[in-house]
Design a protein around this ligand. Structure first.
Ligand code: SME
Length: 147
């Protein structure tokens, strides 16, 4: 399936599934599951929530992951600190990358920002090199805006 068709389908499912009345925990849990089940070639999809100066593990799908990431550390901590998305084509080439699953080879992290305040990140890992591009980033930015 072409990527834009796939993303349109996931977007429609997410629009029907997510409902801010049910709070962030339930919505991020369902969004992690939806992305993990539908995105090809990924091995981890989930959320970290900001708590003071650290990110704490939230709902996810995939192998168990590190529970706490200080701001500025790893891909997630950098994306959170700088409030910008990170696309890492080769995690082995990213100084300070935190390896939760040794099979991960590339990664995308999208900051979660509401009213200019960061509240967490969405993190997706792939076992393939160079799995994520600007189209993935654009789609994921759009989908997290539903939260
Ligand atoms: N690789 C991330 C850590 C989280 S796991 O990939 C689930 C990082 O460097 O921040």
């Amino acid at each position: 399936m072409r990527k834009n068709i796939l993303y349109q389908t996931i977007w429609q499912q997410a629009s029907g599934l997510l409902d801010t009345r049910f709070g962030r925990l339930s919505n991020t849990a369902n969004l992690a599951a939806l992305l993990y089940q539908n995105l090809p070639d990924i091995n981890w999809a989930g959320f970290y929530f900001l708590d003071g100066h650290v990110l704490r593990l939230g709902p996810f799908q995939g192998k168990p992951a590190c529970m706490e990431i200080p701001l500025g550390k790893g891909v997630c901590g950098n994306a959170a600190q700088q409030k910008r998305a990170y696309i890492v084509p080769d995690v082995h080439a990213f100084a300070g990358h935190i390896a939760c699953d040794t099979s991960s080879r590339s990664e995308i992290v999208i900051p979660l920002i509401q009213h200019e305040v960061l509240w967490g990140v969405l993190d997706i890992d792939s076992p393939l090199l160079n799995r994520f591009d600007a189209q993935d980033e654009q789609f994921l930015q759009k989908i997290v805006s539903l939260l």
